[in-house]
Design a protein around this ligand. Structure first.
Ligand code: AMP
Ligand code: MG
Length: 398
């Protein structure tokens, strides 16, 4: 049986890279960038005036001059004027610094009468004050954003200032989330006492969307071989990635592995040394389509989705794997089986600035309600069975 580390490595190695596609810059927030964004110009592109006021020569102010005849007015967006000695230019925020000027005195510090600006008595100016120097943020040709970066709302300013109207991003994987089980009844439909509300499908779609993979559709299939074969076959034709839940264990109606084999999906592995989620199945279908068949138990399905499906989609999108995150166990955990344990946790920070993981007990892997309010889970590695308070552990946030 594969370890959790081997299972993840195997999946990542099998994932094909999604193609890149070009989109208008206003529509790429949340997408994975596939090109560098290069500075079109120095930033600021000129010595940028930062205050409304007057532009003058610092040496003249420092020598004691207070009165400066107004030579001209220069607005933002106008070409830089040339400042004559002994004068000042009335200037606005965002304007290019006039040639010869090296000091801005804010409008609050001057009075103007008869075409002469007088600087407030006692006001001390410093050279180059209120001037945002050309190229001090970045230089023309600098790389501002790199391939693999998820485009945040803030990055849209960078893309626009690089002069780009469109950028290349990873195509969104088209995903089918498939819940299997005769007993499942979706919300909104009448339910009998012996039936179970279908919850995995909507939660898996929501988790994937929260990670930027919103192009998913859900289907519910009953445990009937011919029907499973027909519908899963159709989804395989239409989508890039399938995420099934249920039907992969040892039960008499657990037809999923058999049906996937019939459809030509090649088994990569079945079962991982982990709890929850031991019966997990992973394969590749013709056309390089990844098929995740997660156990039906809700805690297993959600942990396996976060642990394997999300990193797989990141890999396919060319998003680099995040640096591992660690937390400190806030209470003792004992876990005897020779398996890696994914332990749900709430996070709090200690007075000393440590990130503490408080284990949250789930009442079997059917207890999805216990996950509400947790921040993620920690990975308690297989080799150990006692994890005392204070142990540093791998953390994955939901
Ligand atoms: P299975 O893996 O199909 O044997 O399912 C294991 C358990 O998870 C059973 O109690 C199922 O009723 C439950 N289960 C399976 N799929 C879902 C689902 N989509 N939503 C909620 N519970 C499910
Ligand atoms: Mg089932």
């Amino acid at each position: 049986m594969l370890t959790t580390v081997e299972a993840l490595e195997t999946i990542l190695a099998a994932m094909p890279v999604l193609p890149a596609e070009v989109h208008g810059a206003s529509r790429v927030t949340g997408r994975i960038l596939r090109q560098p964004v290069i500075a079109e110009r120095d930033q600021p592109p000129f010595d940028r005036v930062m205050m409304d006021g007057i532009a003058a020569r610092h040496a003249e102010i420092a020598a004691g001059r207070r009165e400066f005849p107004l030579q001209a007015t220069q607005m933002a967006g106008q070409p830089a004027l040339i400042l004559e000695p002994g004068h000042c230019i009335e200037i606005m925020t965002g304007a290019a610094l006039p040639a010869g000027a090296d000091c801005i005195v804010p409008v609050e510090r001057i009075s103007v009468a008869g075409g002469v600006a007088t600087i407030e008595a006692g006001y001390e100016a410093t050279a180059r004050q209120f001037i945002h120097a050309r190229g001090s943020d970045y230089a023309q040709g600098d790389q501002l954003l790199g391939p693999g970066q998820r485009i945040a709302a803030l990055d849209i300013a960078v893309i626009a200032s690089a002069g780009l109207t469109e950028v290349s991003v990873s195509a969104s994987p088209s995903i089918r989330v498939i819940s299997t089980g005769d007993e499942l009844v979706p919300a909104g439909e009448p339910i009998e006492p012996h039936q179970v509300r279908l919850s995995n499908g909507p939660a898996i779609c929501a988790m994937l969307a929260a990670h930027g993979y919103g192009d998913s559709r859900h289907d519910h299939l009953v445990d009937e071989k011919a029907e499973l074969e027909r519908r899963i076959g159709k989804h395989l034709d239409e989508a890039d990635v399938l995420v099934l839940s249920g039907g992969v264990s040892m039960g008499k109606a657990d037809y999923v592995p058999e049906v996937l084999a019939t459809l030509g999906v090649e088994l990569v592995f079945h079962k991982v040394a982990q709890r929850p989620g031991k019966p997990m199945w992973f394969g590749m279908a013709p056309g390089d389509k990844a098929v995740f068949a997660l156990p039906g138990n809700p805690v297993s399905a959600l942990v396996c989705c976060r642990q394997y499906v999300v990193p797989a989609l990141d890999k396919a999108s060319m998003r680099p794997a995040p640096l591992p995150e660690f937390a400190t166990l806030a209470s003792d955990v004992a876990f005897e089986p020779d398996l890696t344990c994914f332990q749900p946790v709430r996070l709090v920070s200690s007075a000393g600035g440590q990130l503490l993981a408080l284990p949250v007990r789930t009442n079997t892997s059917g207890d999805f309600a216990a996950l509400s309010g947790t921040d993620g889970y920690v990975e308690l590695m297989q080799a150990q069975s006692h994890f005392p308070t204070g142990t540093p552990v791998f953390l994955r946030r939901w």
